[in-house]
Design a protein around this ligand. Structure first.
Ligand code: SF4
Length: 401
């Protein structure tokens, strides 16, 4: 339901009514905050910020950023809206931003315009003196929420019983810090969509099967490229005994896949690809590996958001691209490559609604706080969890440098 605070005359160029609905949601009080226990962390944004128009927000964010100078760095994930990305000192996917936080910024304040698990990774990888801030604590990730420490520990222990040895836990970076710590403690590792293949090679190098969570599609698509048949990649369904599998099948598995998924990428279909090809002869289809197996197999190319951005930017003038990933990135690529045809495979896809919760009003609020000497919405992982999560993140970074 569009919010009256977002007036027709204030609609930014290229922002659809559908995006404005997400916009209104990002400014509203979110039940999710309570569901996920964020109520204690998220302070209420003062009402005064919610009535500001885009021009005033822009001017005040730019002024606050200038005053904070080198004490501040703003990181922007590719899926963030343009109104946020234009203030990002660095933009990238989760791997690039994690590497950047680990090695290339000495700023005192890191304002992470992304989702909660990314800010946690930045906190784990930066020095204790550096402060990581997520402008809106309700910016989570529905996929990350599909795996929790109790369910994963239970699965891991059942696999140990059935197979006689514990699997190597591999967590996609889209997961909470306690799951990364679980991997660190238990000989496991973190991966991203850029390095999942190399990470699985590392896991297999330990001589055991891998337990891959939370995204089944990234795990399956990566396993298939390695020639692993589907029969050796059973899906572990939460709340079912043995994840809904026969013990024999689990014992013969190379990768046990958690049943999580990304609600944004799971919307892309083979029919959309066929339609794009019918409409534009010679078009190339490029998708993210969080898409379903059939979609990835029907596409010409698949890879991380960095890969998608690099491939389209580097393609010759006149190229045509139908893209299966989050719509904010696709629209930006279209704008930045005016000599090419670039469009989203799903024309009605909503932006990632949790990424979209980083509204400029929240960015201004946390920057104003810093200017007043107040840290609002700090993301801080407890020391014990951070130490073990860093072990798993460092293993990943050491094989992807
Ligand atoms: S696009 Fe999907 S995986 Fe990425 S943050 Fe949004 S819900 Fe999570």
């Amino acid at each position: 339901m569009p919010d009256a605070r977002v007036k027709e005359t204030e609609r930014s160029p290229g922002v659809s009514a559908q995006q404005e609905e997400c916009d209104a949601e990002s400014l509203a009080t979110l039940p999710l905050e309570q569901e996920r226990g964020f109520a204690a962390w998220q302070r209420d944004i003062p009402q005064a910020y919610l009535g500001l128009g885009p021009t005033e927000l822009d001017e005040r964010i730019a002024a606050a950023k200038a005053k904070l100078g080198s004490r501040l760095v703003i990181l922007g994930h590719h899926y963030q809206r343009d109104e946020i990305i234009k203030f990002a000192d660095y933009r990238g996917d989760s791997l690039k931003l994690a590497q950047l936080a680990a090695s290339r910024t000495e700023a005192q304040f890191i304002v992470f315009c992304g989702v909660h698990f990314m800010a946690e990774s930045a906190d784990i990888l930066t020095s204790p003196e550096q402060v990581v801030i997520l402008p809106n604590m309700a910016a989570g990730c529905s996929m990350a929420d599909m795996a929790n420490i109790d369910d994963v520990t239970d699965c891991w222990e059942q696999l140990l019983d059935v197979c006689g040895e514990a699997p190597v836990p591999v967590t996609y970076i889209n997961s909470t810090a306690d799951l990364k710590a679980f991997c660190g403690r238990n000989g496991g590792i973190v991966c991203t969509s850029s390095n999942a293949s190399g990470v699985l090679d590392w896991a297999f190098g330990q001589g055991r099967q891998a337990l891959f969570f939370p995204d089944q599609h990234l795990g399956r698509n990566t396993g298939l490229k390695k020639g692993i048949p589907l029969e050796q990649m059973p899906v572990w369904r939460r709340s079912m005994p043995l994840g809904g599998n026969e013990a024999l099948r689990l014992a013969g598995a190379r990768i046990v896949l958690w049943d999580g998924y990304c609600s944004v990428h799971q919307r892309f279909t083979v029919q959309q690809i066929e339609q794009a090809r019918r409409r534009y002869s010679g078009i190339k289809v490029i998708v993210h590996p969080e898409c379903r197996m059939e979609v990835v197999q029907a596409a010409d190319l698949d890879g991380s958001t960095e890969f998608i951005a690099r491939t389209i930017t580097g393609s010759p003038a006149g190229s045509q691209w139908a893209v299966g990933t989050e719509v904010n990135l696709v629209h930006r690529l279209a704008t930045e490559n005016p000599d090419k045809l670039v469009f989203c495979l799903d024309p009605v896809v909503c932006p990632c609604s949790t990424m979209y919760r980083i509204h400029p009003a929240y960015l201004l609020w946390v920057l104003d706080g810093l200017l007043e000497g107040k840290v609002i919405n700090r993301v801080q992982v407890d020391r014990e969890t951070a130490v073990w999560a860093k072990v798993a993140l460092d293993r990943m970074l050491s094989i992807t440098k």
